[in-house]
Design a protein around this ligand. Sequence first.
Ligand SMILES: Cc1ncc(COP(=O)(O)O)c(C=O)c1O
Length: 244
Amino acid sequence: MYSTNGKIAPLADIVSVAEDGGCAIIMDETHAFGCHGPDGAGLVVEQGLAHRVHFRTIGLSKAMAARGGVVVGSRKNMEYFRYEARPMIFSTSVLGYEVAGFNTTLDIIAAEPWRRERLHTNHRYLKDGLLDLGYDVSESDSQIISIVTGTIEDSAVFRRFLEERGVMGSPFCAPATPENKALMRFTVNSSLTREQLDHTLNVCAEALRKLDKIRWPGLLNVRHPLPSVPQKRQTLVRCAGQTA
Ligand SMILES: Cc1ncc(COP(=O)(O)O)c(C=O)c1O
């Protein structure tokens, strides 16, 4: 799952192409683990590709609510990894209390599938609501939903507007996105209530009415030429969408 727009990659096609070319395959399941597949095992397992994917990487900072990462593979491939992934020898090992935390989180992920169901219901509700408002969020297949705001400046304005109304959005800009295709990312979680989702939708509706200086290139059926940012103002804006 892409971290900028929530789109799910065509994994089976990627695996076929890689196999035709004799390539080893590494899938990053950071955003999918815990949220997809049987017991939250991820998209590779969900799509029956575990035996054809050599390595899966999982960042633990998303559904696992921790830090660090995991590499998963067959015994043989992990033996290869142990000797060939040289930076690994500099890693500090995880501690006992961290392992205990991971185990408890894994138990919750496996035993409480209702959280995944609610996550996907919440995602559908917010995505459909944003589509109804005219935001083109059609690429979002799962919990990440992004609105293309265009310039870094416009993203900063939108970010502040959201924050003042209690809505958390993460701005992304070049080089994480193409130039002038900065975006605002919403990450849905399972504990959001219907009221909170409606509040987010109301704030996004209000933004369309009030932030009329923003060109909103990410609206459905609206094709504006990309605005050019005056050089002087560009220097006042930092990448994270904060004014300097
Ligand atoms: C797709 C993907 N993989 C890996 C990571 C790494 O996560 P972290 O830096 O929290 O370990 C991220 C971070 O957001 C990500 O989006």
